[in-house]
Write a protein that binds this ligand. Sequence first.
Ligand SMILES: Cc1cc2nc3c(=O)[nH]c(=O)nc-3n(C[C@H](O)[C@H](O)[C@H](O)COP(=O)(O)OP(=O)(O)OC[C@H]3O[C@@H](n4cnc5c(N)ncnc54)[C@H](O)[C@@H]3O)c2cc1C
Length: 304
Amino acid sequence: MNINEVYKELSNIIPEEQLLRDESMKDHTSFRIGGPADLMVLPSEVEHIRHTLKVCQKWNVPFMVMGNGSNLLVMDKGIRGVVIKIANTFNGVWIEGCCIRAQSGALLSVLSKKALQAELKGLEFASGIPGTLGGAIVMNAGAYGGEMKDVVARAKVMDAQGNDFYLRNAELEFGYRTSYVQKKGLIVLEAELALSPGRYEDIKAVISELTRRRQEKQPLSLPSAGSVFMRPPGYFAGKLIEEAGLKGFRIGDAQVSEKHAGFIVNLGNATAKDVLALIKVVQQRVKEKYGVELKPEIRVVGEG
Ligand SMILES: Cc1cc2nc3c(=O)[nH]c(=O)nc-3n(C[C@H](O)[C@H](O)[C@H](O)COP(=O)(O)OP(=O)(O)OC[C@H]3O[C@@H](n4cnc5c(N)ncnc54)[C@H](O)[C@@H]3O)c2cc1C
């Protein structure tokens, strides 16, 4: 692979401290799992992203985009090619009336805090989701009755050829944990969130209540990627897994959480192989017992 040539060309316009060679993905995922990425790019300008796409195309090197790594299972041999990490080097936020405009690397927790400070309501549901705006739009992230579909007015995206354009809410084709952006492999650059005026105390009370519920139910002190499976129509994945007797079931250091059976947690040195084997056991048992197919919500990337 021409990764050295890619590095050389990228370093013409991207500062070297934003180009990381053989970067361990354990340090970039909430699961704390994953082998090294050949080259990680931390863009701080749209042109860094466009340039990276062009250079990868020129040298025929694969690339993928990530945000905060909170919905990713990276395989143990890591990722060949380039990982464009759109997170804390690309996270500008602007309040414009009742709208929040932000770059895609801004964290949802930061955005919901800014909305609170500006007395804007509508983003309370997102306060505890540990992802970026871009990752949340791709996944149509949601919680406690709210989802990105309810707040995104429009998003600026880029295709693999480096063309950028806007997509309005209806064009983003949001569905349960899916979007047009996900289906077409587009890159989210920026988005505008349409919120409405609210009272500081009311917004704060909702965020506090949702935080309390999350802390009570979810294993937040252990590394995970959140809910492993999508909600099967008519059921709750966690409840089915618990009733199948799998709470606490463990392969290596990957364990079905004792606190919430919809989560798999890393007890220390779990590998992606352990997690995938555990996912398989859970799927088989739930299928045998209830005839329900559990589909993973987490995105598996890299080489095993
Ligand atoms: C403790 C915990 C709790 C969670 N709770 C919730 C919850 O309540 N609701 C919920 O929906 N999710 C939840 N999640 C999952 C996760 O936080 C969300 O899916 C989040 O939206 C992922 O954002 P990210 O930036 O971490 O994306 P990543 O995990 O980095 O990437 C996810 C996907 O988005 C793509 N992507 C990321 N950024 C971009 C971009 N700028 N452009 C194009 N593609 C991009 C990646 O290629 C990948 O396919 C939870 C996770 C954890 C660990």
